[in-house]
Design a protein around this ligand. Structure first.
Ligand code: PRT
Ligand code: ZN
Length: 285
């Protein structure tokens, strides 16, 4: 029987969360021990542990069917692979940065300048689209020290908190791309493998939906029910159960994690009591 081969980062910023996502999808597999390949015991999946930069090529060549990498690595690789799902973790951006004492007034600054980066393809395209003529100096690590040692006038690198730039006397001036972890796939999967991937994607989406939503329970006087239902955004009609206390009901619904704090005061003002908000483990839509 066919198996779906998934490539994930062996050790680095994406490793733990990639493993966690697969485990949340119910996949069981021995992890660790420095293995390069492991088999799931309860799902037709094989997991390959690789350097993230190698994953696009493995996926393009169908050695792995799918992979989890940063969107930045996907775009830089220019391989014949496609994104099948954005995974909402390891968010960051690829940005241009210059020494902090520079009075930066716009992209024109970069004309005829030398910029150090490990992302020459993405940066080259960005400069071309913006009609900037700059020299792109390719370096593979510690890009942030390039201006300080006189190797470049600026850099283009991954930023998340910004503290690396700050401690190297640099300031972020332009965002080239936003990035997050994505699942990539080779363009042509045999039908049986595609079917396993579809099952996995269904599970991933259920896990993602669950993370974005909370289950909310509250008590409401019956005469306020309509008002409270109107305050709760989204999701079909809530469940309403009578309470032992005369004239009161318990209301259950699902609410977007990001919306909850916006409506909490309104709910209380409308008379809601005993509000409980609990996490959802899986949410099947
Ligand atoms: O060994 P391997 O090649 O597999 O790993 P790697 O060293 O190439 O990659 P790794 O593990 O560092 O990052 C994997 C992916 O995580 C990247 O491709 C991004 O998609 C994502 N990611 C998220 C980040 C960061 N946040 C991040 N902060 N990748 C790198 N950084 C680095 C950045 O290069 C800079 O040096 O962190 C520094 C900046 O961080 P702040 O917080 O100081 O701004
Ligand atoms: Zn890498």
């Amino acid at each position: 029987m066919s198996k779906l081969k998934i490539a994930i980062q062996k050790s680095g910023r994406l490793s733990e969360k990639s493993v966690a996502l697969l485990e949340e999808c119910g996949l069981k597999f021995p992890n660790g021990g420095g293995k390069l390949i492991t088999e799931c015991t309860n799902f037709p999946v094989e997991i390959l542990f690789l350097r993230d930069d190698d994953i696009p090529q493995y996926v393009e060549q169908n050695v792995a069917h799918i992979g989890i990498i940063g969107e930045n690595v996907f775009l830089e690789s220019q391989k014949e692979i496609r994104i099948v799902e954005k995974l909402n973790f390891s968010g960051c951006r690829l940005s241009l940065a210059v020494p902090k004492e520079i009075e930066y007034e716009g992209l024109d600054f970069f004309n005829n300048k030398k910029i150090a980066t490990s992302y020459p393809n993405i940066l080259g395209k960005y400069f071309k689209e913006n009609n900037i003529s700059a020299t792109v100096e390719i370096i593979s690590g510690s890009v942030e020290i390039a201006p300080g040692i006189g190797l470049a006038d600026g850099i283009c690198d991954i930023v998340s908190s910004g503290s690396t730039l700050l401690s190297n006397g640099l300031k972020e001036v332009e965002t080239v791309i936003e990035s997050q972890a994505v699942m990539v796939s080779s363009p042509n999967l045999e039908a049986e493998v595609q079917e396993i991937l579809n099952k996995l994607l269904f599970r991933i989406r259920s896990v993602q939906n669950a993370k974005e939503n909370k289950y909310i329970l509250l008590n409401s006087p019956n005469n306020q029910l309509e008002k409270i239902i109107a305050i709760l955004p989204g999701m079909n009609s809530p469940t309403i159960l009578p309470l032992a206390k005369e004239g009161w009901s318990s209301l259950h619904s699902v609410i977007g994690e990001d919306k909850f704090w916006d409506v909490i005061d309104e709910l209380k003002q409308a008379g809601a009591e005993g509000i409980l908000v609990v996490p959802i483990e899986k949410m099947i839509l």
